[in-house]
Design a binder for this molecule. Structure first.
Ligand code: 3EB
Length: 350
């Protein structure tokens, strides 16, 4: 086994990923219409790599519609329930998708909504996968669900999701505050399945909170009956080997939304939040190598008409060289127009 493994994130086309080879790809996510292409490329090459299909349209002129995670070491695929996963070196990547209608027909669904049942199922299957793999620590989870802001059964669907996630974590014996993974939760195309992908590591990360924000797991009850169980960021490793995972970050200070109706100002506030997380993560992982320019970004924009304003703010903060993928997705609060996540580290710039 090589002495030091790295986790590298790239946004590429499936042709680019194919020419780089699949041998050390731990997992990938495909956006919008890219999934079929990617699936065909993988099958054509006889490759078994977990591929999450995220039903969010790519905005702007990007052709890079595959998010690829490489580890620089061989990987071993597997599956468990609805989860497809790959294990390699210190890392595990998994992908799982479940249609709520699949579960709605289950007899005696009781007091739970279809989304709550789907969330319960995917979280339990994710934790079962991790338990069977020797219990690596969950460091990053991406959650995509349709109609995130729609109210059904008397509760907004994002809040239903939070309720079920919180209860599944407790049921599986996991913390719901403190040592919880970094995460994103976004609304995707109506009719698409609840889709998760996740990264876990046999090395424990540091869990990072933002001093400008109330921890999401301490949000007051006005945001829903169960608080969202995620950390603002996690960081693996130290010094030049640190890899940072920044959760979906928005224009929230304390627990309140700022700049409702002003996407440019929301983008600036979000970048201030990300800089605060970089400073915290740098302190915790003893490095100055984590900088805005060394990260790769996913930017979720609710209304595509806001793209020029959002993009202008990012260009002025990051320059034009940074890797940024823009996606159309609904943010989990109606008054939020934009949400930004990021990942990378010293090695990402290589
Ligand atoms: C926020 O700060 C914005 O529920 O997993 C960001 C990242 C948000 C993750 C989640 C929600 C989640 O509260 C929303």
């Amino acid at each position: 086994m090589s002495s030091r493994q790295f986790l590298r994130l790239e946004y590429v086309t499936s042709a680019e990923s194919r020419s780089a080879g699949w041998h050390d790809v731990l997992g990938a996510a495909a956006f919008d219409g890219a999934a079929r292409d990617a699936e065909r490329a993988l099958r054509g090459d006889g490759i078994d790599v977990p591929l999450a299909h995220v039903h969010a349209p790519v905005l702007g002129d990007a052709r890079e519609v595959l998010e690829v995670w490489r580890i620089g070491a061989p990987t071993q695929p597997g599956s468990s329930g609805h989860v497809r996963y790959s294990h390699g070196g210190d890392f595990l990547f998994g992908s799982v998708a479940v249609h709520e209608e699949e579960l709605a027909s289950v007899a005696g669904s009781g007091p739970r909504t279809p989304l709550e049942m789907a969330t319960d199922l995917v979280y339990r299957e994710m934790y079962a996968t991790l338990a069977a793999a020797g219990n690596p620590t969950l460091i990053r989870v991406w959650n995509y669900l349709p109609d995130i802001n729609l109210e059904t059964h008397g509760l907004e669907r994002y809040r239903q999701f939070n309720t079920a996630r919180h209860e599944a974590l407790l049921a599986c014996g996991h913390a719901v505050a403190g040592s919880v993974p970094a995460a994103s939760a976004l609304g995707v195309a109506p009719g698409s399945p609840l889709t998760l992908y996740f990264l876990a590591s046999h090395r424990a990360p540091a869990f990072i909170e933002n001093p400008r924000q109330v921890s999401a797991y301490r949000y007051p009850a006005q945001y829903g009956p169960r608080s969202p169980a995620f950390s603002r960021a996690t960081v693996l490793g130290e010094g030049s080997e640190a890899t940072l995972f920044i959760s979906g970050t928005a224009s929230i200070v304390g627990h309140r939304t700022l700049h409702a109706g002003d996407p440019a100002a929301q983008t600036r506030e979000t970048l201030v939040n990300i800089e605060a997380l970089l400073e915290e993560a740098g302190r915790r992982s003893r490095t100055a190598a984590l900088r805005l320019e060394t990260l790769a970004y996913k930017v979720y924009v609710r209304d595509p008409r806001d793209l020029p304003a959002v993009r202008a703010e990012l260009a002025s903060a990051l320059g034009t060289g940074a890797a940024v993928l823009y996606l159309k997705a609904d943010i989990c609060r109606r008054d939020l127009a934009v949400e930004i996540e990021a990942a990378g580290g010293g090695r990402a710039a290589e």
